[in-house]
Structure formats: C-alpha cells, structure tokens
Write a protein that binds this ligand. Structure first.
Ligand code: A2P
Length: 341
C-alpha cells in the first residue's frame, strides 16, 4: 500500500495536539511525519506512536517532501504559509477561516459533501467548529425536509480559541475563587464565571464573523443558498464542548416522532432526550464521544412548522481535528490527492 508523508502544522496547539492523537487512532498509512510549530517550540520533542519527533519551523522547502499538510495555525498564519505549502507540492487541509469561502476551495464535512473533495486545487478547508456540529445534526433532517430558516445561539468552549484560552480560564477561575486579581489577556473581558457575547470580529451589520460563518458555511456545505441562518455566538466558561440552541423552520408542520426517528437512525448522532429524567446532552459528555449529541427536541409553542433542539459536539475533535483527519483519510482512500489541478 502506498504510504504518505504527512505534516501537522501547529502541532503544539489545542487542535494540532488532537490531530496527532486522531492520526494515531485512524492509523493512516504514514511514511514520514513532520511536526511543525512556531520558533518558540523549535527543537522540542513530541511523541507519536511511541517514537520521538523534533518540532520544526516552516522554512523554504519544508513542504517539498510532504504529501498532505494539516494546518491549524490560525487565519493570518495560514494566509502567510499555505500558499508556500501548495507551491511546494503539498495538499493542504486548513482548519482556519482563511480560504473557506474561496470558490475553488472545497469546504468539507466528509459525512455530508465528500463528492466536492476531488475538486480541490491544493487546498481543502475544514469548516468552523460550531458549523460542523450544527450541519451534522441537521443532515438527516434536511435530507427529508426543506429547512427554510435556522436560528441558532451558541455556547462555545474556550478551547475553540486555542490552548492559551484554556490556560486563561483555568488561571482566572483559581484567582477569582482565591479573591486574587483576575487578569485578562486572551479575551477582552473576564471569561471565568461569565459569558462573552462576541466571538471574532464584529462587522458593520452588527454580526460577528463567527455568526456569519454559521450562515455562509452552512449554505456552502449543504450546497443550498436558500437556507437562511441567523446566529448569536457566545463564549462561555467551559473547557471543551460547544453547545447550540437551534430553532428550525420548515414548509410543513413538524412531526416530532419522525424527526426523532431520523436523528436516532444516524450513526453519527446520539439522541439523548429524556428531560423528565434529566437526560440531555451536556458539553462534558462530548469529551467522551465523537458523536454529535442532540436533545431537548420540542415543537415551537406558537408555530407548528418549527421546532427547537439542543446540540452538543466536541469542538476539538469532530469540530476540528477529527474532521480534518477524516478528510485526509478520504483523500488517501479515494486517491484524490491531485484533485482538480
Ligand atoms: P507554538 O506552540 O510554537 O506557538 P493554538 O490554536 O492552541 O493557539 O495553537 C496554535 C498553533 O500554531 C501552535 O502549535 C503554535 O505553535 C502554532 N504557530 C503559531 N505561529 C506559527 C508559525 N508562525 N509557524 C508555525 N506554527 C505556528
């Protein structure tokens, strides 16, 4: 079997670390592995499959012997380094927002739109974490019914911002409980014991980038410009696991039993919906599973053509690292490394 040279770029970060774990679990046919981070980490060692690897930085020629490069170094760094990786011959799977909406860049959730992977021109984009778990939960429903409108409010974990934010929540929580001074670095406001209703930059129309991603990425992944998404994205003091409260509007009255049936028959989804017994998804539960967790399913009180649901997903795994590795796995198994070039 052919073996591939793989690079993980951002290997010391929250997502990069998980990418290495998922690469181990998926057992991709790796010939050579490169682990890449910033100059701050150069020379440090990482263990992968019981073997030690030394962290490299991006230099001229770094990607010349790389087949697939998994990038998770943020948008501005991706804009700087992804073109080099493509020029040097690597297929890039990029976790940042930099290229997601480019017409010649497929935006992929392998369970939903793998047919677009082969159209890549050297870059495949990994969607935003909050988009991935939402489209995964809606996929079995939208295959049967026309969804006209989605209103979503997110409750997002700090790990989505990166490892520094995880450290900040831990430190602020300790300081706050000890009555010590609480310092803010990563977020503009204290995140411990708080909620911040602003993720990413705010636009002239009042929506944040994170909220607009949910609209445009959902349309691109479902290949449907008619589906309208309006979002409010909120950061909450949770380490791992994003939650979403979702309102769906249809053309026809909702049959909740049928929706339950569709959700519970999708292997990628776990329906946990027995609120009377306190059974519903929570972010802590998402640390233990790669399934998307759905609960609190109910009909809108005032609109028979609408329903409400609660969706929880592991933002670092299915929301980022796992989805990226699944794309790589598809590329390898279907031999589409050269794409549409
Ligand atoms: P480092 O740990 O050396 O700073 P997170 O999303 O958790 O903040 O992680 C970001 C990742 O991106 C880290 O692995 C970080 O490495 C890496 N990174 C940041 N800047 C660069 C760069 N210029 N070149 C390569 N990797 C980078």
């Amino acid at each position: 079997m052919k073996r591939y040279n793989i690079a993980v770029v951002g290997a010391t970060g929250a997502v990069g670390t998980e990418m290495l774990k998922v690469l181990e679990e998926y057992n991709l046919p790796i010939d050579n592995l490169k682990v890449i981070a910033s100059p701050r980490s150069k020379g440090k060692e990482i263990t992968f499959k019981d073997q030690k690897y030394t962290i490299e930085t991006i230099e001229k020629g770094t990607f010349e012997d790389v087949d697939i490069a998994l990038f998770s170094i943020g948008s501005s760094n991706s804009l700087k380094y992804v073109p080099q990786a493509v020029y040097e011959g690597a297929l890039v799977i990029d976790n940042s927002n930099a290229y997601r909406m480019d017409d010649d860049v497929p935006l992929i959730v392998p369970e939903i739109n793998p047919e677009f992977i082969k159209e890549h021109n050297g870059i495949i984009a990994n969607p935003n974490c909050s988009t991935i778990q939402m489209v995964m939960a809606l996929n079995p429903i939208r295959k049967k019914h026309v969804i006209n409108k989605i209103i979503v409010s997110t409750y997002q974990a700090v790990s989505g911002t990166g490892q520094k934010a995880v450290n900040e929540l831990r430190k602020q929580s300790q300081d706050y409980l000890n009555n010590d001074e609480v310092k803010t670095e990563v977020y503009p406001n204290q995140i411990a014991f708080n909620a911040i209703p602003l993720i990413d930059k705010v636009n002239d129309n009042g929506y944040t980038e994170e909220e607009l991603k949910l609209n445009r990425e959902t349309q691109k992944i479902f290949n449907n410009k008619e589906i309208k998404v309006t979002a409010t994205a909120v950061r909450i003091p949770v380490f791992y696991g994003h939650s979403e409260s979702i309102h769906l509007e249809f053309d026809i009255p909702v049959d909740l039993e049928e929706i339950s049936y569709l959700l519970s028959n999708d292997d990628n989804i776990k329906l946990i919906d027995n609120p009377a017994e306190n059974e519903y998804p929570t972010p802590l539960m998402s640390e233990e599973t790669d399934q998307i967790l759905v609960g609190r399913l109910r009909q809108d009180l005032n609109n028979e053509k609408a329903l409400e649901m609660w969706v929880v997903g592991n933002n670092i795994r299915k929301g980022a690292a796992l989805n990226a590795v699944q794309i790589a796995d598809y590329v390898i198994k279907n031999n589409v490394i050269d794409g549409g070039q």
